[in-house]
Design a binder for this molecule. Sequence first.
Ligand code: ADP
Length: 430
Amino acid sequence: MSVNQEKEFCNKKFKEAIVYARRKDVKNCRSALFVVMESLLKISYQLKGNEKTECEEKIKFILEMAKTIANEGFTDDVMFNLTGELPKKEVVEKKEIVEEQIAQPTEIEDEEEFEDNKTNNPLRPTRLRDYVGQDKIKRPLAEAILAARTKQTSLDHVLLFGSAGLGKTTLARIIANEMKSNIIVMNGPTIKDTNDFIKNIKQLKENDIVFIDEIHRISTSAAESIYTAMEDFKLSYIRNDGKNVEMDLPKFTLIGATTHSGLLEKPMRDRFALQFRLEPYSVDVLTQLGVKSFEKLGFNISEADMKNIAKRSRGVPRICNGFIKRISDKALIRNTNVIDKKIIEEYFIDNEIDSLGLNAGDIHLLKTIINKFNGGPVGLDTLASATGEGKNIIENQYEPYLIYLGFINITQNGRVATEQAYKHLKIEKY
Ligand code: ADP
C-alpha cells in the first residue's frame, strides 16, 4: 500500500474506533485502535524528520488511550480525545429490576443497579452475590442485612478481620450498597481524638455506615468515645470552650476492619455484634475471581492458565488482581486480548516470582533460616538483623504466607524451616 492508501485505511479504522466508543464497546474499540497503531507504524517507516516524530507521538497517544479503555473504560478524557465531545450525562431512570439472589439461600430485594462509581476500581465487586468466596461469612451477613432491612433498622456493628487485601474494604462497601445506605470511610491512624471522629460524621444519617479501616490504630481517647457511641448513639466530647458536651447521633452501623481481632481493646471488640474472620482464598476461588477480573478488563483467559496465576497469588485477591492488571498491560502492548501461558510465564520470570508465588524476599528469608541457622529455631530479632528486614515486615508480610504454606513453624524458641521448605527450595537437609 502506498502511504496515502495506508493513511486512508488508518483514518477509516480510527472512525470505526469512534463508533465503537460511542457504543461503549471496549473490546472492538481497543482492537480498532490497535489496527490504527499498526497502520501508523507502517506509515512512520516511510516518513522522515518532523513528520516521523509526529507520527510516533500519535502512536504513543493511541496506545495510552487503548490502555485507559482497557483499565478504566471510556473516561471523559478518552471520549473527548476520540470524538472531540464530552459524553452527555445520561438520565438513568430508576426501574424495578428482576430479583437476583445475592447469596444463597437468602434473598435481598433489589430496586436499583449499583455501580462502583465511588471507588473507580473496576475490579471491586459491588454486590454480595459478586463477592467471590468467603462462603462462611456471606450467609450470616446476608441474613443480618435482610433482617435489618425488613425491620428498617440499622445493621448491627460489624468487625471484619483478616490480612491486607482479603476484601475487608470491599465487603464494607458491599454492605452499604446492600443496605442502600451511605458510607463514610475513615482510617484508624487519622483518628487521633474524638474531634477527628466528629469532623467526619457531620453528615451522618439514620442507618448510615461508618467504616474505619485499621480500627486498632485509633487513639485510646477516641476509642473510648466511639464505643460509647456504638452502644448509646451518644457522643461526649470537650468543646473548644472547654465544656463537656453530649451530642445525640442517628442510629448508625460501625464497620471496623483490622488485621487481628486481638489488636482491639476488649470493650470495643465486645460492642461488635457481628464479627467475621476473612480467610485466605483457595486457588480455585482465586481462579474464579481472576477469570472475572480479566473479563472486566476485556481479556480472555482459560481456567488452566488462570490457575497458574492464582497459585502464585498467596491466597490474596489484591495480589491476584495486581498480577492481572500487569499481565493484561503486557497483552495490550502485544495487541492481543488473549492471555496465554507464554505471557504469564514471561511476567513471572521477569519479576522473580516462583511457582508458589514466593518472591526474592521470601526465598531470602527461608534460605537465611536454613543456611545460616541450620533450619532454626531462630528468634525474630536475630532473623531481622540477619536478613536486614524489619521485624514488622517479617511478621506481617513474609511469615503469614510461609506459615500458610507450611514452610515455617513458629515455636517457643523461634522460627523453624520445615521439610516442605527444604523440598521446595531443593536443599538437602543434613
Ligand atoms: P482489604 O480492605 O482487606 O485490604 P480490599 O477490600 O481493598 O482489601 O480488596 C483488595 C482488592 O481485591 C479489591 O480491589 C477487590 O477488587 C478485590 N477483592 C477482594 N475480595 C474480593 C472478593 N471476595 N471477590 C472479588 N474481588 C475481591
